[in-house]
Ligand binder design. Structure first.
Ligand SMILES: NC(=O)c1ccc[n+]([C@@H]2O[C@H](COP(=O)([O-])OP(=O)(O)OC[C@H]3O[C@@H](n4cnc5c(N)ncnc54)[C@H](O)[C@@H]3O)[C@@H](O)[C@H]2O)c1
Ligand SMILES: [Zn+2]
Ligand SMILES: [Zn+2]
Length: 368
């Protein structure tokens, strides 16, 4: 079938992206779903820094690629062996889980091995590519390729949600919430009264703030270099906020510190602000060349832990229904993470907004 989608042509084009236009929105051909795959009509797709990292080359992926990995939509077709009813709303997750490898047996702690290999190759979990433009193969992004009117994905890339969950909320559950919430709940396991700090307040960091505030775990401290972000963090439930410099001067530390900025300086800030006995969870994805400085002595003397967390160390089919139910009960206002609603044609300008650090989640809405 014919679809419209945003294809990254080339890595590393210069800013502003609104002028260099690294993404082309055009007509593509989408093959029908194969065995174990589904056709989804996309309703909403969020922009995450991990999309920008492909555009600017921090995360090297094969191109041309149809970007987007935080999305939700309606099942419109199924391949053989799929258990989902047509019309079901699904949340896309950005790492399919084969269900059988040692990663899948780790209860979310380590990524699926074949899922990661497929993501690196730009294919679906089964190894196929279902997208073409003028006969030329277009790669899938993290098994999702959500910046399009429709997509074909593996059944193991999605989790069904209720029809009452609005599309933009469902989309954001798939990356920002799964990653930020899971960094806290799965990778760190907080207990009541723990002070929680989040360094880097984009969509992922704000989701961690919202999760901590919704669960009423303890004081929630937001840290970002941009003062506007600090204001928003307060609105989402942060009890105090600091720029990195103010934080260093204050000497404030927390039992659990989540780094969600994606650079070595932020990681060092997070490390310095972790209390004795505490845990630093890092989810940011800096450039592969980034290096940070650590004092091994401090780690030992203060009995501290550093944890890396991919996909919020989540089991999506277990965790998404939990977040969905918290949202339904009115105690987890995920819609507050949506800072603007845009169209697919505005994608290059939206990448500039993201790079400027202005956005939380810009969500593309499709009116088919
Ligand atoms: N581990 C995972 O599974 C996973 C999933 C999604 C995103 N990510 C990564 O998480 C990071 C955050 O993603 P996002 O979409 O929320 O990004 P974003 O660009 O929306 O937000 C990043 C925030 O960090 C702030 N920041 C930058 N440097 C800082 C510093 N030194 N100190 C304090 N704040 C600083 C920025 O002002 C911005 O508000 C990115 O690196 C992204 O690639 C990882
Ligand atoms: Zn993401
Ligand atoms: Zn697996």
């Amino acid at each position: 079938m014919k679809i419209r989608g945003a294809v990254l042509e080339e890595i590393g084009r210069s800013r502003p992206f609104a002028e260099s236009r690294p993404l082309t929105v055009s007509e593509l051909e989408l093959d029908p779903p194969g065995e174990g795959e589904i056709l989804v009509r996309i309703e909403a797709a969020g922009l995450c820094h991990s999309d920008l990292s492909v555009v600017d080359g921090n995360r090297v992926r094969p191109v041309p690629m149809l970007l987007g990995h935080e999305a939700a939509g309606i099942v419109e077709g199924v391949g053989p062996g799929v258990d989902l009813a047509l019309g079901t709303r699904v949340v896309m997750t950005f790492l399919p889980r084969c269900g059988e490898c040692s990663g899948c047996r780790s209860n979310g702690r380590t990524p699926c091995i074949p899922g990661s290999a497929a993501n690196n190759a730009g294919t679906l979990l089964g190894g196929d590519v279902r997208l073409r433009r003028d006969g030329v193969e277009i790669k899938h992004h993290l098994g999702v390729s959500g910046f399009a009117t429709h997509t074909v994905v593996d059944r193991r890339s999605v989790v069904p949600v209720g029809a009452d969950v609005p599309p933009a909320v469902a989309a954001v559950l798939g990356c920002a919430v799964l990653t930020g919430g899971g960094a806290l709940l799965n990778a760190a396991s907080p207990t009541e009264g723990d002070t929680i700090m989040v360094v880097g307040l984009g969509g992922v960091g704000m989701a961690a703030v919202l999760t901590a505030a919704s669960l009423g775990l303890g004081d929630v401290i937001g840290v970002d270099s941009m003062p506007e972000k600090l204001e928003t963090a307060r609105e989402l439930g942060a009890t105090s906020v600091y720029t990195p410099q103010e934080l260093a001067e204050s000497g404030v530390r927390a039992q659990i510190v989540v780094e969600a900025a994606g650079n070595a300086r932020a990681f060092e800030t997070a490390l310095a602000a972790t209390a004795p006995g505490g845990t630093t969870v890092t989810v940011g994805l800096p450039s592969p060349d980034a290096r940070a400085s650590i004092s091994p002595l401090t780690l030992v003397a203060e009995a501290r832990t550093i944890v890396g967390s991919y996909l919020g160390s989540a089991v999506p089919e277990r965790d998404i229904p939990t977040y969905e139910q918290m949202w339904r009960e009115g105690r987890f206002p995920v819609e507050k993470l949506v800072s603007s609603r845009i169209t697919l044609d505005g994608i290059n300008r939206a990448m500039d907004e993201l790079a400027d650090g202005k956005a939380i989640r810009q969500v593309i809405e499709f009116d088919h």
